[in-house]
Design a protein around this ligand. Structure first.
Ligand SMILES: NC(=O)c1ccc[n+]([C@@H]2O[C@H](COP(=O)([O-])OP(=O)(O)OC[C@H]3O[C@@H](n4cnc5c(N)ncnc54)[C@H](O)[C@@H]3O)[C@@H](O)[C@H]2O)c1
Ligand SMILES: N[C@@H](CCO)C(=O)O
Ligand code: NA
Length: 446
């Protein structure tokens, strides 16, 4: 190992870099194990040994095989404030105490790795400013799409390009659930329990199934892609709890798949660049690259002016895959520390305004049960026309239950502002000729 001439951290140039690990759950325990198992390779890659200074846990009396019990402490505040801590890994999750601990680590001169999308999407700018002021790193590859490198590509590799769209499957739990509902006809509750047992789900699975997790990730992606500050509150969020087997069946009939998507776009509106950020379930054609992303896998498609369409695919959740991203960040910030440098900070100079959902242009799939009699089609078509929504395809199916005396209409619209589509659906529901609006879903991806 080369001995450094100078050491920006103050101590002897060959002393180990000391790592404080906050949290020892699914991700933290994998990080602790990798730090131990790969110690000699990590030393070679960083140029100095990485040494665990301590692991903050809630309870010390739990058996955690392969980890030295002497490392455990329940006093995370004391651990991050220790003089000999150079690097802090936060894998507790949630807003507090994670935020206070990260801020105090930064104030203490440590560089930080976090997997905490909830915190970054709520209060990222405060953390980035603190890191900038202290001249330390704040890295967070694991926060979006687990093991998949997507933060680094947006922050570094594509920073010279003009990104127009980021669209992805960024929640493993909901992709796992929708995939099983699609392929095996499983019930929502059974598949959720399986996803939790496999370590994909958040501690409170509401964050997954109601779209909070994906919304946080969408905010982070949009902020990076469009050089703007975007918080979770800017994201239009819909979860997957309302997805029924009828929706899944309708998608199959359309040669589509239902996926929970995070969609970030930047477009020219009234002479200025505006962005939209949303997460919701949508039908995508089976020919679209995201349609074949199964199980707990994640994938993110990035479109930019010069690179064209790029796709990033891989495991988006689970202890070891997420720990891989954390370890990548840890080695990077350790290398920076050895060189006395810091990586890129926040880039939010563009500050593009975020569009309201009503302005966003999408397509709808609508399935209706209507009275089967002359003139009904014309009435339904008039409702679309009144709201300026153009119908792309329409199909009528006879209902099999003779007593219904009705028919099913299945329509797909052309692109239209979301407000016009919503108003059309409301108007359709109020028509006496319409028994029921069976299914409404956005259609994304060509
Ligand atoms: N599990 C995944 O697949 C995954 C993927 C990407 C990102 N993440 C993120 O990684 C972070 C950790 O996720 P996880 O799945 O490991 O969660 P987890 O619930 O398994 O682990 C969190 C641990 O932190 C501990 N903890 C809570 N408060 C603490 C405190 N004050 N001091 C010390 N320990 C405390 C908990 O007891 C728990 O063991 C979260 O931000 C999560 O969003 C998880
Ligand atoms: N609960 C998240 C973990 C990764 O952030 C998921 O299912 O994708
Ligand atoms: Na990632």
């Amino acid at each position: 190992m080369t001995t450094l001439q100078s050491d920006p951290t103050g101590g002897p140039a060959d002393r180990p870099l000391r790592v404080a690990l906050l949290g020892c759950g699914v991700v933290g325990s994998a990080v602790a194990r990798l730090l131990t198992e790969h110690a000699s390779d990590l030393t070679a890659r960083v140029g100095r040994p990485l040494e665990l200074a301590g692991i903050a846990v809630r309870r010390t009396n739990i058996d955690r095989p392969g980890i030295d019990p002497a490392l455990f402490t329940t006093d995370a505040d004391e651990l991050v404030a220790r003089d000999d801590v150079d690097l802090v890994v936060e894998v507790i999750g949630g807003i507090e105490p994670a935020r206070t601990l990260i801020l105090s680590a930064i104030a203490n001169g440590a560089s930080v790795v976090t997997a905490n999308k909830a915190l970054l999407a709520e209060d990222g700018p405060r953390l980035f400013e603190a890191a900038e002021t202290a001249g330390v790193d704040l890295y967070y590859e694991a926060a979006v799409a687990g093991a998949i490198p997507i933060i680094r590509p947006l922050r570094e590799s594509l920073v010279g390009d003009d990104i127009t769209t980021v669209m992805g499957i960024v929640n493993g739990t909901t992709n796992f659930i929708l995939d099983k509902m699609h392929t095996e006809g499983s019930s929502f509750d059974d598949v959720l329990a399986e996803a939790q047992a496999l370590g994909y789900a958040e501690a409170d699975p509401t964050a997954d199934v109601e779209g909070f997790d994906a919304a946080a990730k969408a905010a982070i992606l949009a902020g990076l892609a469009f050089h703007s500050r975007v918080t979770a509150a800017d994201v239009h969020r819909e979860g997957i709890t309302e997805i029924s087997s009828a929706d899944i069946a309708a998608a199959k009939l359309m040669d589509c798949t239902v996926k929970a998507l995070a969609i970030c776009t930047s477009e020219e509106v009234e002479g200025e660049r505006r962005i939209s950020v949303r997460t919701h379930p949508a039908m995508i054609p089976n020919s679209h690259p995201l349609a074949s992303v199964g199980g707990a896998y994640n994938a993110v498609v990035v479109e930019s002016t010069n690179a064209g369409r790029l796709m990033f695919y891989g495991p988006g959740a689970g202890g070891d895959p997420t720990a891989s991203a954390v370890m990548g960040d840890l080695v990077t910030i350790a290398r920076n520390r050895v060189r006395g440098a810091a990586g890129p900070g926040e880039s939010a100079y563009a500050q593009r305004p975020v569009m309201g959902m009503g302005e966003v242009v999408t397509r709808y799939f609508i399935s209706l049960e209507v009275i089967d009699q002359p003139g009904v089609l014309a009435t339904v078509a008039a409702s679309f026309a009144e709201h300026g929504v153009s119908v792309q395809t329409m199909r009528q199916e006879a209902l099999h239950r003779a007593e219904d005396g009705g028919a099913r209409l299945v329509l797909v619209t052309h692109s239209a502002p979301e407000s016009a589509l919503g108003a059309t659906v409301d108007a359709l529901a109020n028509l006496s000729e319409v028994h029921e609006v069976l299914s409404v879903m956005r259609v994304e991806g060509e």
